[in-house]
Design a protein around this ligand. Structure first.
Ligand code: TRP
Length: 373
């Protein structure tokens, strides 16, 4: 594949992603300085994910603020396809969703699509995806969501409620629409063909439950945006608000190119990895450095392509001055990749130790979060 080529679908991210092109291709809007200022008015501080552009694109986020400013509160909707354990990349939208919940006092509906991952992956059976859904829910809870305002549900266990909405939705979506949107063809199993209506259903769930339109904001990685495009086309036909979206970039793989992938364990740090395993993965990671120390000192490294730097940028160094210093010393050749990897391994260690404690405590809290019908 050409270095410049890249592919982004709900099931695959390949190549070096051009985010500006994604905004054009998906027809979404960049998050502008004006929008950031508007957000700041309500939140007082901007989350580093906004400041640094980890969330970079949206649909109708300005409309969500219009509504909020006249007293119409929105709810948050996000989710996870439980195909394996949680890795650090998955946490990015969740950490951000928790920030939005706190700042806007919003309810969160969190969907676990154990059906989707079962239907999509020939290797996984339903018991496995359901098991991963509960494992992943521990990580969601560990992010600190408010149990009174957070509702996690598994598709296979909450279908009585979801199905009624999904069926009403599905009546307005033809095969040719999902074929074009998702690349389905005549060999796609019929579970997947229906599935977009199940992922759309929670966009409307509180509106139907409360008998009045409630604005919905979806924080998610941008690969999910095709689902919402279909959902937004159908919403007015059901007399419902279109869901709004705010999109994140992908968390990079530890190896060259692509995103962290749960199916390739060495490319990702999982929340259940021991600090020792995480250190090993970081040690083996690709970097933007030179092959020898001598060359590194002479020519400097390239943080713009380096996963070690991206980790700091996204999650582990939210101090802008300190990050800028790291950037410069890498460029100047003062910082060696080995040293930088050690610094990162230390940060990852303290993060994992903390997260794993919260994750264990989440076991007893599970039933306070799970919706059942
Ligand atoms: N399809 C998503 C995935 O594979 C899971 C999901 C369901 C989701 N509902 C969502 C993600 C809402 C973001 C927002 O991960």
């Amino acid at each position: 594949m050409d270095e410049q080529e890249f592919v982004v679908t709900p099931w695959e991210v390949r190549g070096k992603v051009d985010y500006e092109k994604l905004i054009r291709d998906f027809g979404t809007n960049p998050i502008t300085e004006d929008l950031l200022e508007r957000i700041r008015k309500h939140t007082h501080e901007l989350h580093p994910f906004l400041r640094r552009g980890a969330f970079f694109s949206h649909r109708d986020f300005d409309w969500i603020l219009d509504k909020y400013e006249v007293g119409e509160k929105f709810f948050l909707y996000t989710g996870r396809g439980p195909s394996g354990h949680t890795h650090l990349g998955h946490l990015i939208p969740w950490i951000f969703t928790k920030y939005l919940q706190d700042k806007f006092d919003a309810e969160l509906y969190f969907q676990m699509t154990d059906d989707e991952k079962f239907l999509h992956d020939p290797e996984l059976n339903l018991n496995e995806t359901t098991k991963y859904a509960y494992e992943n829910a521990l990580d969601v809870i560990a992010c600190g969501f408010d149990p009174k305002k957070t509702f996690i549900f598994l598709d296979t266990e909450y279908m009585k409620t979801l199905y009624k909405i999904a069926a009403q939705f599905a009546k307005h979506v033809t095969f040719s629409t999902v074929k074009a949107a998702f690349g389905f063809d005549a060999s796609t199993n019929i579970g997947l063909i229906f599935f977009p209506s199940i992922q759309a259903a929670p966009c409307f769930f509180p509106s139907i439950l409360k008998g009045k339109n409630v604005p919905c904001l979806i924080p998610a990685a941008i690969d999910q945006s095709v689902y919402w495009r279909v959902a937004r086309d159908v919403a007015p036909k059901l007399g419902l608000y279109k869901p709004a979206e705010i999109h994140s970039k992908f968390f990079p793989s530890l190896m060259r190119g692509g995103k962290m992938s749960a199916s390739e364990p060495e490319t990702a740090i999982f929340t259940i990895d021991s600090p020792k395993v995480a250190k090993r993965k970081i040690g083996n990671a690709f970097t933007g450095g030179q092959p020898t120390i001598k060359e590194q000192r002479e020519k400097g490294g390239n943080p713009d392509i380096c996963p070690i730097y991206f980790y700091e940028y996204f999650l582990f160094d939210w101090d802008d001055k300190s990050l800028a210093k790291t950037y410069r010393s890498c460029r100047d050749g003062c910082l060696l990749c080995g040293e930088h990897k050690q610094t990162l391994a230390k940060s990852v260690k303290s993060f994992l130790t903390e997260h794993q404690k919260k994750r264990e405590k989440a076991r007893d809290k599970m039933e306070n979060f799970i919706l059942r019908d």
